[in-house]
Design a protein around this ligand. Structure first.
Ligand SMILES: C[S@@+](CC[C@H](N)C(=O)[O-])C[C@H]1O[C@@H](n2cnc3c(N)ncnc32)[C@H](O)[C@@H]1O
Length: 286
């Protein structure tokens, strides 16, 4: 089978799993044990617990329409985004719109947020949530993060929460993110990364893949891909404390020995302010 075919199969498996997640949450039914990226709960108390453990405040949870938070993230990309009024934000793999809506509050009505997701049911859910919450500056577009439906040099910042690990072609994701960012634009991502090579038996398990574990890439390989795409000021910060919740994503499988949640930050060179040093205030990593 060609690489192209394989990548399509992987994306198809991911799309089917997240369509089930979106449908289950629409119906208010649920898929049993809830602890991860691939589970979903219609119980607000469980989602609150999951999300506060990921770094969201109770205020964040109160600020979005019911159902936008499905507890599908692995961190809080806004914590490293330093969003400013008027900025254009792109959210890769926007799901029910949770981070898109919270970002919209920060960039205000003079800003804009574009969420991209390849699962039609997720996009419908997010659009309904935007109407419910009257988020006029948020738009959701159906598409793959490897081929973003967005023009070159559009975004001030790209955020993403627990999505890039699911892509079978991460180099293409970073290349396209680079294309869509304005010069000086920033990447602020929360994702699962590999800290050690996973055994083949785990790596080839489609449920562990859709659950944001088996597709995770080694930190040094992510860094190389970001460099190849053209990014600079690359900073990848794995969070040891995430082991506690990652363990619950696949109880008894030992995934926490191979993957952790991390923040991934990078900058597209060429920002007008960079020469005067202003952009350095966003982030320095050493
Ligand atoms: C784990 S969920 C995270 C959703 C959201 N970021 C959040 O934190 O609630 C992954 C989402 O990414 C989407 N997704 C996965 N792979 C994708 C790809 N290659 N292109 C576009 N969307 C993708 C899925 O449809 C799903 O909605």
């Amino acid at each position: 089978m060609s690489d192209h075919h394989n990548m399509d199969n992987i994306r198809q498996n991911v799309r089917e799993e997240y369509a089930k997640v979106a449908e289950a949450s629409n119906e208010g039914s649920c898929c049993g044990e809830v602890a991860s990226c691939c589970g979903v709960s219609d119980d607000a108390a469980i989602n609150t617990l999951i999300s506060t453990r990921l770094g969201y405040s109770e205020g964040d949870l109160d600020a979005v329409p019911d159902g936008a938070d499905m507890g599908l993230g692995c961190g809080n990309p806004r914590a490293i985004a330093s969003l400013k009024e008027g900025e254009i934000v792109v959210d890769l793999g926007s799901g029910g719109g949770f981070d898109a809506f919270l970002s919209a509050r920060e960039v205000g009505v003079s800003g804009k947020v574009i969420g991209v997701d390849m699962t039609p049911t997720m996009i419908s859910k997010a659009r309904k949530n935007a109407l419910k919450g009257k988020f006029s500056q948020v738009e959701f577009r159906l598409g793959e993060i490897e081929h973003l439906p967005i023009a070159d040099n559009t975004a001030d910042i790209i955020i993403s929460n627990c999505v890039i690990n699911l892509s079978p072609n991460k180099q293409q994701v970073f290349n396209d993110a680079f294309r869509v960012l304005k010069p000086g634009g920033r990447l602020a991502v929360s994702d699962v990364v590999a800290t050690a090579e996973m055994p083949e038996e785990m790596k080839s398990d489609p449920l562990l893949h859709a659950g944001c574990m088996a597709g995770a890439e080694l930190i040094e390989d992510i860094e190389t891909m970001l460099q190849k795409a053209g990014f600079e000021n690359i900073c990848i910060t794995p969070k040891d404390e995430s082991r506690a919740f990652i363990k619950d994503w696949a109880p008894g499988r030992g995934v926490e020995d191979y993957v952790l949640s991390a923040y991934i930050e990078a900058v597209k060179p060429g920002g007008v302010d960079c020469e005067s040093g202003v952009c350095a205030t966003w982030h320095t990593c050493d």
